[in-house]
Design a protein around this ligand. Sequence first.
Ligand code: HEM
Length: 138
Amino acid sequence: MLWIKAFHIIFMVTWFAGLFYLPRLFVYHAQCEDAAGNARFKIMERKLFWGIMTPGALLTIGLGVWLWLGYGFSGKWLMWKLMLVLALLVYHAWCLVALRAFRDDRNRRGHKYYRVMNELPVFALVGIVLLVVLKPGA
Ligand code: HEM
């Protein structure tokens, strides 16, 4: 089980690397005015989303469910944790929508909007780690 938990944490870190870095790219992309920069941001965003962030999400969730169902974990902490994971998945989907808006030169949002959105995953990260380590109401 410890190997599964270790890789669960490793892939969680890769998922969060994308959840923090991709919206930061959107901040700079929204301020970009030259064609070469626009093309470069599109490549970086696509590779980060499909090459790191999405595999990280799938492996974190797959190994988490393996821990949950394979080793009989239960408790209120896990239900709260799963609600925060659901919120992360909604945020992940929002990243895909924004990525496609930039890809098709349809983005109409300014850099301030993306700066605010960029901060949101922090709350889920802190909440999930506190829930899984402290297990309140276990
Ligand atoms: C469907 C998604 C997920 C499920 C079902 C799940 C389930 C679990 C389970 C059952 C454990 C073992 C708890 C223990 O050994 O005490 C665990 C450990 C852990 N999970 Fe998840 N998890 C999920 C997603 C995440 C996410 C998104 C994060 C990101 C912050 C995360 C962070 C952790 C950490 C840090 C541990 C190690 C806790 C420890 O060793 O005390 N998990 N997870």
